[in-house]
Design a protein around this ligand. Structure first.
Ligand code: NAP
Length: 248
């Protein structure tokens, strides 16, 4: 992509000069084994949205890393709430990014995985209807899909009263989706944290104060704190920080 705002590494070793897409892809990388990476953008005062959406927080540097993280994953996991609210479209990648995937022996597109307890999903939403790869829906038993959903997506039922996320992720890995990227939202992140399933958090901090009102990047039931060491810190010329935390 055309790069207007330079991104540089500032920690652990400051690097001179802006990072290329290839260098960014190497810095974020793909893990050796099964791995769940979560990606969020927040304001400097911790808001998850501006005027109800993430778009107001996401400048060009965040969009660049957001796209690169999609390029690196096998499965793109998103909660039904975020899919509905943000009006997710079909997962598309530019030709250079598809070429990168082919060169690295990956499927041309990652598989979209939607997490929904209610199956209140619209099969005509572009995320399903135009998907280049048939999306998967992690749900629970005995929930009736709306008409047309099973024509555009495959249901994976795991758990009775609630979606058993550990079982769901294990099934995704059984199907070859080892590197998972979760794009939120807050309730799904909270549940993944509570189940101790998060290996990595990529957090973009936008240089602005959103003020009181919006929630945090995590929501739902409380869970014990978990250590997650910082692995790198990048800074863009517009003041955006891109932080990568990951467990050993
Ligand atoms: N700043 C960012 O990077 C970022 C990223 C993503 C989203 N957001 C923002 O977050 C907001 C959307 O959040 P939200 O409150 O709707 O939360 P959410 O976590 O996106 O969605 C909640 C819904 O997703 C499904 N879900 C989530 N966790 C589940 C679990 N453990 N088991 C079963 N189903 C689960 C359920 O769908 P069903 O109702 O179908 O059961 C639930 O009602 C939007 O304003 C969006 O803009 C911001």
């Amino acid at each position: 992509m055309t790069v207007g705002t330079a991104i540089s590494r500032i920690w652990p070793t400051p690097a001179t000069g802006p990072l290329t897409d290839a260098e960014l892809a190497t810095l974020y990388g793909r893990a050796d084994g099964p791995h769940l990476r979560v990606n969020f953008v927040a304001s400097a005062d911790g808001a998850v949205t501006l005027d109800g959406y993430s778009a107001g927080l996401s400048g060009e540097p965040d969009k660049r890393v957001f796209g690169l993280l999609r390029m690196l994953c096998d499965g793109l996991v998103v909660a039904a709430g975020t899919l509905r609210h943000e009006g997710y479209r079909a997962v598309r990648l530019s030709e250079p990014r598809r070429a990168w995937r082919r060169e690295h022996g990956l499927a041309e597109y990652p598989t979209l995985v939607v997490v929904s307890g209610s199956l209140r999903l619209d099969p005509t939403q572009a995320a399903f209807a135009d998907a280049p790869v048939r999306p998967l829906v992690l749900t629970r038993s005995a929930v009736e899909p709306p008409p047309g959903l099973t024509e555009v997506a495959e249901l994976i039922r795991c758990g009775d009263d609630r979606v058993d996320l550990a079982a769901g992720l294990a099934e995704l890995r059984r199907r070859g989706l080892h590197q998972l990227l979760c794009e939120g939202g807050p309730y799904l992140f909270g549940a993944l944290t509570a189940a101790d399933l998060v290996d990595e958090l990529c957090l973009t901090v936008a240089p602005l104060l959103a003020g009181a009102g919006p929630g945090r990047i995590t929501a739902g039931d409380a869970s014990p704190p978990r250590e997650l060491p910082l692995r790198h810190a990048l800074a863009a010329d517009d003041g955006t920080l891109m932080l990568r935390y990951a467990r050993e």
